[in-house]
Design a protein around this ligand. Structure first.
Ligand code: CIR
Length: 262
């Protein structure tokens, strides 16, 4: 199974409490109605590729719970339930665990009291699992993940998230087996040596968080220069409105867990 082909995805509807979601800079209150419309478009784009999409109900107690990616790492052999580094998000992982157990034979979890790790910091490629240390993901969390997935044959490489960037994957995405879409500031760190790198256009850094999901590259709307580069490279691009999630530092990867359980 290629690292960008998936039989399943899990999403969660945004809740009215989304207005209290975490953000680095306040650029305005997210509009729930518009976010729900964008979210429905996103789910439809995933389903259009033929995948089964499990849509979970909104969780009012967790304002950021629409960003399900941060709660787990899903690999073909099993799922790892994360320990989010944002205190207000810690409980989201336990809410996700039963849904993963329903679909997977093996579900393990990050459990160390000092271990913190969020799925947004993890990029799985064909050959390795890249984990960016960040304000949300620490060395203990990375070490625990490394131990948990080694028996499944996966190796972890620790990399760095640029300063001021929320998650490693805020700045990069996997486009296919050998190609990464990245901001220049992240690629300059050298972490993608050996991969083909396509850089997002200058000034369009906010579209680096894109996903390859089966035959589609699903990117946030409104980044025409990068879109043209992806079209030119032969990818089938689908644009989804992201204005409301962007107010909370969220993007295309954050909104789903994508996997093919064995
Ligand atoms: C947070 O700060 O945790 C949310 N407002 C955004 C999470 C985005 N998730 C992701 O990049 N994987």
């Amino acid at each position: 199974m290629r690292s960008y082909t998936f039989s399943h995805a899990i999403t969660r509807k945004p809740s009215a409490s989304i207005v209290a979601g975490l953000r680095a800079v306040d650029t305005g209150t997210p509009d729930l109605g518009l976010m729900l419309r964008h979210h429905a478009d996103y789910v439809a784009a995933l389903r259009a590729t033929g995948a089964v999409v499990v849509e979970l109900d909104a969780l009012e107690a967790f304002p950021d719970s629409v960003f399900v990616e941060d709660t787990a790492l899903c690999l073909p052999e099993g799922a790892v339930v994360m320990r989010p580094g944002a205190p207000s998000r810690l409980g989201e992982a336990a809410e996700m665990a039963p849904h993963l157990r329903a679909l997977y034979g093996q579900v393990v979890q990050i459990s160390g009291a000092d271990s913190f790790i969020e799925g947004g910091d993890i990029l799985t490629t064909e050959t390795e699992v890249l984990v960016g240390s960040s304000a949300r993901t620490n060395a203990a969390g990375i070490a625990e993940l490394t131990r948990l997935i080694a028996p499944w044959g996966h190796s972890v490489r620790e990399v760095f998230t640029p300063p001021g960037v929320l998650h490693f994957k805020t700045d990069c995405s996997l486009l296919d087996g050998e190609t990464i879409l990245s901001t220049a500031r992240l690629a300059e760190s050298g972490c993608f040596a050996g991969y083909r790198v396509i850089l997002v256009a200058e000034g369009e850094e906010a579209c680096a968080n894109t996903i390859r999901f089966n035959d589609a590259v699903i990117m946030p709307a409104g980044f025409p220069k990068t879109r043209a580069v992806l079209d030119q490279a032969g990818y089938k691009v689908v644009e989804i409105g992201n204005s409301e999630c962007a107010k909370l530092d969220g993007g295309m990867s954050c909104l789903s867990l994508r996997f093919s359980p064995r």
